[in-house]
Design a protein around this ligand. Structure first.
Ligand SMILES: [Zn+2]
Length: 321
């Protein structure tokens, strides 16, 4: 599967119809040929009425090639899913629902929004490892808007009209490794400590600006670089670069970020950053190929607070898009 299409025309030629998408999925899922998930049998027939479904010759169980992927149970064509994932994975800034709706010729905005939201949900690997080694950590605020309000602004550690966001960047040699971003309620030791505990491995060394809340994280070593605001961008070069790019991206791709969905937008930014050199892997993981089933309901997507606790392994029905 190393032969990932290098251009949009090549992509469209390769995944021109449903059969080509099914063939790609089947090859990714069963590289050594079909294997029944129920009985382990290797002999199966493809259903003529549902060409994406195999029926096991041994036990009769039907298995869809999209089972366990983000496309499972969807009414959208696989070509639409593939195209959307390709655009989101390869476009330097991603793509939001409105241009996606136009590019794919999708009738309803809500369908395009859900497609984007589901692909974005697939951007977080539930089994990813925490950051380790030397890790830069810093916070910033980014402006948010409501439906009615224009984008708000301001600076410093005050939170009026802005969302506090914390970032952690692994330092590997002279450059950045993996990134994590999360909204935080405030700059207290409790909020910062919770982020550190979730995202950074015990034994890591934190490089910070010396903000008083950082020593509250007991599992990690703390290496404060107490600096004035003039020098912070030098000492914490990578978090500062990430924040600058994040703010530019938020205003460029979306008309300002919305508070309710902030984590999923941050996840998208992190996903693209961490896979900046592996677009093929990004495309595959976005479609859920090779990952475990993570059903997402419409309610979880519109109410992100529900998602953290319930989405990963819940047995809720898929909301089909
Ligand atoms: Zn079987």
């Amino acid at each position: 599967m190393a032969d990932f299409p290098r251009s949009l025309p090549e992509f469209r030629r390769r995944f021109a119809d449903e059969a080509a998408c099914v063939q790609y999925l089947a090859a990714a899922r069963w590289p050594d040929g079909f294997r029944c998930p129920t009985c382990g049998g290797a002999t199966a027939w493809r259903l003529s009425t549902k060409p994406s479904t195999w029926e096991c010759a041994g036990c009769g169980k039907q298995t869809s090639v999209t089972a366990g992927t983000v496309m499972h149970g969807s009414k959208l064509k696989l070509t639409a899913w593939f195209w959307a994932a390709y655009l989101m994975a390869t476009h330097a800034n991603g793509i939001s629902a409105t241009p996606l709706q136009m590019q794919l010729g999708i009738g309803a905005y809500k369908t395009a929004w859900l497609l984007c939201a589901k692909l974005r949900r697939a951007m977080v690997d539930p089994e990813r490892n925490p950051l380790a080694g030397v890790v830069e950590v810093d916070e910033t605020t980014i402006p948010f808007r409501t439906k009615e309000d224009p984008v708000a602004g301001g600076g410093g550690r005050s939170q009026a009209g802005k969302m506090p966001v914390i970032a952690a960047v692994e330092i590997v040699g002279d450059g950045p490794g993996r990134l994590r971003l999360a909204p935080i309620a405030d700059y207290s030791a409790e909020s910062i400590g919770a982020f550190v505990a979730t995202n950074i491995a015990g034994g890591a060394t934190l490089k910070t600006d010396g903000w008083a809340a950082y020593p509250g994280a007991p599992e990690v070593n703390h290496d404060p670089h107490v600096v004035g605001t003039m020098a912070a961008h030098v000492v914490l070069a990578w978090t500062h670069r990430v924040f600058a790019n994040l703010k530019r991206w938020a205003l460029g791709v979306y008309p300002g970020l919305r508070h309710n969905h902030l984590q999923s937008y941050l996840d998208e930014f992190v996903f693209r950053f961490n896979r900046r050199r592996t677009r093929h892997a990004a495309f595959r993981s976005m479609l859920g190929i090779g990952t475990r089933t993570r059903p997402v309901t419409y309610k979880m997507l519109i109410t992100p607070e529900l998602a953290g606790s319930a989405s990963r392994k819940s047995a809720s029905p898929f909301f089909t898009v």
